[in-house]
Design a protein around this ligand. Structure first.
Ligand code: ZN
Length: 211
């Protein structure tokens, strides 16, 4: 059997098990999704949003990319954010990075990963530049990477707050709250690293006054 065929087989078994536990399960989910959370996480296969938070399908709206970045001209990310905030009315947006992130590690090197990946990883180098004084002091490479993982998450939270999508929702509905988390691959524990409640003042440079 091919490896991908096993996935289809496992899927059948999973669906059967769900129906056995709760015969209405799929009918209910097919009609409605009312997730309270938007999750912006890393594409890394070891950080599945639902599994590590003990949540079920329907509970978390998910967007993932390499190194969980919030890039201000990423149409994909912004569409997800707009839909989650304005249509699904999520109450919390979580950016969840993870220690040992390959994308962050790659950005710490001077290796040429070719145009596309260089472009994507560039913004992580920018995070390093902003926090250079602190990061240059850390001699241990692993510790340095992990601190950059935390600072990267924090920067993505700021990037969310810079969007008119978030600012408008804060002004009109005092939601969503923004949470920066980092997941530990070694112990499975999520560490909260920063938080911006709805309405938190931001750098006036990025504030829209005519929302
Ligand atoms: Zn990663």
């Amino acid at each position: 059997m091919q490896s991908y065929q096993k996935l289809l087989l496992e899927n059948k078994a999973w669906a059967k098990e769900k129906v056995a536990e709760d015969p209405e399960y799929f009918q209910r989910l097919a009609h409605l999704q009312t997730p309270e959370f938007l999750w912006i996480g890393c594409s890394d296969s070891r950080v599945p949003a639902n599994e590590i938070t003990g949540t079920q399908p329907g509970e978390i709206f998910v967007h993932r990319n390499v190194a969980n970045l919030v890039i201000n001209n990423d149409v994909n990310l912004l569409s997800v954010l707009e839909y989650a905030v304005n249509h699904l009315k999520v109450r919390h947006v979580i950016v969840c990075g993870h220690y040992g992130c390959g994308g962050v590690k790659a950005a710490l090197t001077n290796h040429d990963f070719k145009a596309l990946l260089n472009m994507w990883l560039r913004s992580i180098k920018d995070v390093y530049r902003i926090h250079r004084t602190e990061l240059d002091k850390i001699k241990d490479e692993e510790q340095k990477t992990n601190r950059l993982v935390e600072l990267n998450v924090q920067e993505q939270i700021f990037n969310l707050a810079k969007t008119s999508i978030i600012q408008r929702a804060w002004k009109n509905e005092m939601r969503p709250h923004l949470h920066g988390w980092v997941y530990g691959l070694r112990d499975g524990i999520i560490k909260p690293v920063c938080e911006m409640s709805a309405g938190t003042p931001i750098d006036p440079l990025y504030e829209y006054d005519d929302l």
